[in-house]
Design a protein around this ligand. Structure first.
Ligand SMILES: Nc1ncnc2c1ncn2[C@@H]1O[C@H](COP(=O)(O)OP(=O)(O)OP(=O)(O)O)[C@@H](O)[C@H]1O
Length: 236
């Protein structure tokens, strides 16, 4: 189970951590240790704190207590100026894709590369082709987001998440807007790119059919606490 591994091998370490929205404590005494390269679900009822936990991990809300590190960044001491550096080490995928609607797939990806310090045009083009190839979208790079299906848009969003070789992909309900068949395709893709890129994945989901189809480990938010379990336990 993920919480038993040594600190140095972990991409996420939370110890006695408090996760809070404004002054409202969502989760407390959180101990969570996720090994590099692990695939982990994040489950729990609506309002149980899944999104708040992910937001703390990507520096959108501050750690409200205890200790925490993500990809080597100390969350308790994280300065605003370090947040872009942290984000560069992570890939983030959302339920609603969040592609820029006014530009092509290629320009969506180029925008991220430029915003994260890339300048060499040939290297940018090569990286864009590489990530689009890995999600099966290379032939669609001149399409606008509205010309793509939901599943295709999510493939592009996954490609975007991969651009800077993340060690950790955080995915908040990435299949929440997709039909079951497309959800399975996206899940298969996420698992494939995680292995290819040696990236860990923490994926929040409500979708128990998918968890049943793709068993694994899960972090569960419940009653203000976090526990780790094997998804097989959910269906006993
Ligand atoms: N911006 C905010 N200000 C104050 N409280 C918030 C804020 N966002 C969320 N909360 C509260 O924090 C708690 C956890 O919310 P969170 O969005 O993390 O849950 P969740 O498990 O991701 O739910 P869902 O599955 O519905 O997305 C909820 O009680 C929610 O009302």
């Amino acid at each position: 189970m993920p919480h038993r591994h040594e600190t140095g091998e972990n991409i996420i370490n939370l110890s006695s951590a408090t996760i809070a929205q404004k002054n409202f404590t969502v989760l407390k005494m959180v101990d969570l240790h996720i090994q590099k390269g692990k695939f982990c679900y994040l489950i729990g009822k609506t309002g149980s704190g899944k999104s708040s936990l992910l937001k703390t991990l990507y520096g959108h809300i501050p750690l409200a207590g205890g200790e925490g590190s993500v990809a080597g960044f100390d969350l308790a001491k994280l300065r605003t100026s370090q947040i872009p550096d942290l984000r560069r080490r992570l890939g983030i995928v959302f339920q609603d894709f969040q592609l820029l609607p006014d530009r092509t797939v290629e320009k969506n990806l180029k925008f991220v590369l430029q915003a994260t310090g890339w300048t060499d045009k040939v290297k940018m083009d090569d990286r864009i082709n590489e990530v689009l190839e890995s999600v099966g979208m290379k032939t669609k790079k001149h399409k606008m987001p509205h010309e793509l299906s939901g599943g295709e848009q999510q493939r592009v969003a996954i490609a975007r998440a991969l651009l800077n070789h993340p060690e950790l992909i955080l995915a908040d309900e990435p299949t929440g807007n997709l039909d079951p068949e497309t959800s399975n395709e996206i899940m298969t893709l996420l698992k494939k790119v995680a292995v290819e890129n040696h990236a860990a994945v923490v994926m929040a989901t409500h979708d128990y059919h998918m968890i049943q189809n793709f068993p694994g480990e899960a972090i569960r938010c419940e009653d203000g606490n976090v526990s780790v379990l094997d998804t097989a336990e959910l269906f006993e």
